[in-house]
Design a protein around this ligand. Structure first.
Ligand SMILES: C[S@@+](CC[C@H](N)C(=O)[O-])C[C@H]1O[C@@H](n2cnc3c(N)ncnc32)[C@H](O)[C@@H]1O
Length: 239
């Protein structure tokens, strides 16, 4: 079966069609089990620290696909937390408003937010979600969209034949492997999608390997050099 694009252990029939982070649950944040997620999270934290120091985002702020919200560490209790997964939302203890919404399938606000953060937003990096982001922002409001770098996605995919294009693979503690949606686009395609919903690209930024004290994941350290970007960050403003 060498013609399969992934090993026999991960036959197409075994990839759940409707898999969600509900299945990955709390183990997503176990850095021994999922060091790649932990490294991308640490890199996101580096960027959030910088933007909250430099731009001091204020007003009404949302964290979409919040998981165990990192934005909350900077924006506090007034932040609105949005996620399709109840178990992810429940990882957040505190007084924040929580909305259980699939941001691809449904609007999550109407000209309500000054800032929308999407930290590791590749699972819902879809034109329908971007329409909902544009709809939820106030005029001149901004979206900060953070994804693993396209450079990493390309280099990592070249280094292995165990991955599926457009999916992120999670090897769970149960021994099962789960493939979840992950759309990481080159700059031109990502900015075309953002422009198509009436938003203006304001800034394209990165966090680099050298910005992190350590890289735990071999999936990252074996393919990226010190001066390679580990995250791509798109900041777009609603016109
Ligand atoms: C890669 S995790 C990142 C979580 C969190 N932002 C962090 O940095 O730790 C993606 C998150 O997006 C959520 N998610 C995935 N697809 C979604 C969708 N269509 N609508 C809303 N949330 C979604 C998942 O439940 C998960 O919590």
């Amino acid at each position: 079966m060498n013609s399969l694009p992934y090993p026999v252990a991960f036959k197409l029939s075994e990839i759940p069609e409707q898999a969600s982070y509900e299945v990955v649950g709390a183990e997503y944040y176990d850095d021994q089990l999922h060091p790649t997620c932990a490294d991308f999270r640490a890199a996101s934290q580096v960027f959030l620290k910088k933007i909250f120091e430099l731009n001091a985002p204020k007003g009404r702020i949302a964290d979409i696909g919040c998981g165990r919200s990192l934005v909350r560490e900077f924006a506090g209790d007034s932040l609105v937390l949005i996620d399709e997964s109840a178990s992810m939302l429940n990882l957040n203890i505190g007084h924040n408003e929580k909305r259980r919404i699939n941001v691809i399938n449904a609007p999550f606000g109407n000209t309500e937010f000054d800032w929308i953060f999407a930290v590791l937003g590749d699972p819902y990096n879809d034109i329908k979600a971007w329409r909902h982001i544009a709809g939820a922002l106030k005029p001149s409001g901004r979206c900060v969209f953070i994804v693993p770098s396209y450079l990493w996605a390309v280099k990592f995919r070249k280094s292995t034949d165990e991955e599926v294009v457009g999916k992120a693979r999670f090897d769970l503690s149960s021994g099962e492997s789960l493939f979840l949606p992950s759309t990481i686009l080159p700059f031109d395609q990502q900015t075309a999608m953002i422009s198509s919903v009436g938003m203006l690209m304001e800034c394209f930024d990165h966090v680099y390997v050298s910005d992190l004290p350590q890289i735990r994941s071999k999936k990252i350290s074996e393919v990226l050099k010190d001066d390679d970007e580990v995250l791509d960050i798109y900041i777009a403003q609603k016109i």
